[in-house]
Design a protein around this ligand. Sequence first.
Ligand code: SAM
Length: 311
Amino acid sequence: MTTAAAYAEFAARETRGVSPSYERLSIAVSRDDEVLALLGLLPPAKRQPNLLFGVIRFLGGPVGDPAAFHDYTVANWPVIEAEMRSRATQTNEAGRCAILLPVLAALPQPLALLDVGASAGLCLYPDKYSYRYGGHRIGAGGPLLDCAATGMPLPAGLPEVVWRAGLDLNPLDVTDPGDLAWLEALIWPEHAHRRARLRAAAALAATEPPLLVRGDLVEDLPGLAAQAPAGATLVVFHTSVLYQVPPPRREAFVRTVRALPGHWIANEDPEVLAYPALPAPPDGVLRNVLALDGTPLAWTRAHGQAITWFG
Ligand SMILES: C[S@@+](CC[C@H](N)C(=O)[O-])C[C@H]1O[C@@H](n2cnc3c(N)ncnc32)[C@H](O)[C@@H]1O
C-alpha cells in the first residue's frame, strides 16, 4: 500500500467518528505531495500516521488545522524525522482491560499475568480498575473503564492477580516524565477522557510498578513465563501488538505461546492474526478480535470502548 493510501485508509477506518482532527489531517496528508515525499525518506514502518501525528504533538506542533500542520511539518522536518526514527507508537491503553476482563474473570484464579508488548504495563492492572458495561458495574478503584458490551457474558467480579510482568522491546516507565509525555502525545487530540485515564492508571501503576522486561516476544517470552509462580494460572496476553511484528515473527510467536502452559489471550487486528472463520463485523470500523487459546470470541474496538460477543 502506498503511504498516501495508508493515510486515506487511516482516515476512513480508524479516525472517522473518533477523531475529527486526525481524520482531517490524514486526508490532507494523503493528498500532500510535499509531506508524502518527506515521509518517503523514512523506512516504511516509520511512515505511519499515529507516529507522525504523535511526534508533532510531542513537539508542540499544530494538529487542528491541516495548512498549519503542513507548514510546521515542512519547516521542522529534520527534528520531526529524528524523533520519528527514534520513537515508536507505544500507546498504552488501560481501557483495553475492559476487553480482557470477561475472559480473565472466567479463568481459574489466581492469575499470573504476562503482558507481551506491554509498553508501560498499564494493562497489567485489570484487578485494580473499575468497569461499567452499560448498567453493570464492577470494582470500585482506579479509573472507571466504560465499555459498550453486546451479547457478552457479564463478568461476575474482578480477577485475583498474584503476579504481573510485561515484556517489551522498549518498556516505558510511567514514573519518567519524558515517557509519560510521549504516552500523552500518542493519545488523539479530542480524547481528553483517555488522557485523564492514562494519568490515573499511571499514578496507580507507580504505587506498585510491574516487572517490565526489555526483550523480544519470541526470544524472551519462555524465560519470563518460567518466572511465573506455581499455583497460579499463567495468562499470556497481548493487545494491539502484532501489527508491529513482521509476519514470520508473528508465526514464531504463536508457536512459542502455544507451547507454554496456561492460557493465551489475543486482542489483535484479524488481518494480522487471522482466524479461519469470523462472523461479519458490526460495521466498517476497524476492529480487533478477542481470542482465548486461539478461539475467537468477540469483535472489539481499538481503545476498549466496545465489545461485540460472537453469537
Ligand atoms: C501499540 S503498543 C500496545 C501496548 C499495549 N499492549 C496496549 O495495548 O496498551 C505495541 C507495543 O508492542 C511492543 N513491541 C513491538 N514489537 C515487539 C516485539 N518484537 N517484542 C516485544 N514487544 C514488542 C512495542 O514496543 C509497543 O510498546
